[in-house]
Design a protein around this ligand. Structure first.
Ligand code: MN
Length: 248
């Protein structure tokens, strides 16, 4: 079994560096034994994707085809939505056969209990975001995504993400240590919801991979960082062993 974990690529266009790296990465998985592959896309893969409309899919035809090919070759793909990719199940689940979730999920990967999530519930101090999350996740709001066209959501979402980036970017440079403490505290806090050996999240854009002690148990706490780095690193669990793989 080979599980791969990606998040926070924030792809804007298919042509940009990270769009191309992701495409090469997906195609490389196809060259392996896809029936042994479980790909986890842990949110904010796209800088903006809202709803089922073909509008967003049309911007990334090669990526969509690569995902479809992987599924058809027998790979399992799990997508946990971030705060930049919202209500995507109509396309990813129905058209591509990708499992789509919003909240944290648990998997047994070669005997390792693994908890995966986007990570947008790690920072409990970001009250503005938590309110926004409650709004976009509100079941009464959800039907609106189909009423307005993709272009409309693209406009609104771009505005919202610019603001959020300005806020969290500033926050990040000043408080990287605090963010790391939050990631590790989160591991301890959510262990009560269900035990795990490894917890993997994104969203914080801070690489972190450490052992934390919870209830006398040693667990591995991983934050995937982002792809806004000189070298892109991807987390992998292969035959029960965790490692980081640099891709280009
Ligand atoms: Mn995020």
């Amino acid at each position: 079994m080979e599980a791969w974990f990606i998040s926070d690529i924030h792809i804007k266009t298919a042509e940009e560096r990270n769009g191309q790296i992701l495409l090469r990465f997906l195609r490389s998985l196809l060259e392996k034994n896809p029936q042994q592959i479980h790909l986890f896309m842990l949110g904010d893969i796209f800088d903006l994707w809202i709803g089922d409309s073909q509008y967003f899919a049309n911007q990334f035809p090669d990526l969509m085809k690569a995902l479809k090919d992987l599924r058809q070759a027998g790979a399992r793909i799990t997508y946990i939505e971030g705060n930049h990719d919202v209500h995507i199940e109509g396309y990813f689940q129905k058209k591509l056969g990708v499992e789509v979730f919003v909240e944290a999920q648990y998997y047994n990967i070669d005997g390792l209990r693994v908890r995966v999530e986007h990570g947008d519930l790690i920072n409990l101090n970001d009250i503005k975001y938590l309110k926004y999350r409650a709004l976009i996740r509100n079941p009464w709001i959800k039907p609106l995504k189909d009423v307005f066209p993709g272009r409309f959501w693209a406009y609104l979402g771009n505005r919202a993400s610019k603001k959020s980036r300005a806020r969290s970017g500033d926050y990040r440079t000043r408080n990287e240590e605090q963010l790391i403490a939050m990631i590790r505290n989160h591991a301890e806090r959510v262990y009560r919801e269900g035990a795990f050996d490894v917890i993997i999240s994104g969203h914080m854009h801070v690489f972190d991979d450490t052992m934390v002690s919870v209830n006398g148990q040693k667990v591995r706490s991983v934050n995937l960082g982002s792809w806004f780095e000189d070298h892109v690193k991807v987390f992998r669990i292969k035959d029960g062993q965790c490692d980081w793989v640099t891709i280009s």
